[in-house]
Design a protein around this ligand. Sequence first.
Ligand code: GSH
Length: 203
Amino acid sequence: MAKKLHYFDINGVAEGIRYILHYGKEKFEDVQYEYKNWPMKDVKDSLPYGQLPLYEEGNRSINQSLAIARYVGYLHNLVPSDPWEQAVLDAVVYNIYDFWQKVLVYIREKDLSKKQALKKEFLEDTVDYFFSRFEKELQKNKGFFLGKLTWADFVFVGIVEATNLFLGEEIERKYPNTVALLNKIRSLPGVKEYIAKRKPYRI
Ligand SMILES: N[C@@H](CCC(=O)N[C@@H](CS)C(=O)NCC(=O)O)C(=O)O
C-alpha cells in the first residue's frame, strides 16, 4: 500500500512525523511543496481542510499532524497500550502545541517592529515558561516524556527544530534535558541516516 506524506519543503509540524517514519524504516513518498510558492491553488483546493500535512495510505488519507504522528507512532510501537499513559502523552503533545501556537503568532506577524517585539517577549518569557516545565517532565521520566521512547518525543523534537528554523535560534541551549532528547532522537537508526541526507531547510 503506497504511503505518502504531503507537506512543505520545511520541517514545520511534519518533521516529527518524518522522523517516526524513518525510524520505522517505512517506505513512503515525502511529497514536498515549495513553502515560498504557497498557496498553490490546485493543491490547496484538493486538501480536505485546505492545509498540510496530509498523510495517505492507499486510497485513504488523514490530516492533522498530531493524528498522523500518533497513527504512524502506533505502527512502530511508540504508543503505549495503557489508556492513562496514552492520555498523559496526549496532554504532552497538546502542551507542546500550545507552545507552537505562540511561535505561530510570531510567524504570522507582518509588521517588522511588532515582530521584533514579539521575538523579544518570546525569547525572554515564553520559551522559559514552557521549557522549564518540559525540562521537569523529562528530568523525572528518564529523559523522555514517559520513561521510554514514544511518539511524543518525536513531536517535541520536530517542534523545537521548527521553532529554531523560524526564529533563527537554538532555543534548547539552556535546557540540558531537551538537548539530550534532541541528540537521542537525531541519533536513532533510520533518523540519523535521513538527517545525513536531508537538504538544509530555509525559509
Ligand atoms: N492543526 C493542523 C494545522 C495545519 C496547519 O496549520 N498547516 C499549515 C502549515 S503548518 C498550512 O497548511 N498552512 C498553509 C495554509 O493554511 O494555506 C495540524 O497540526 O496539522
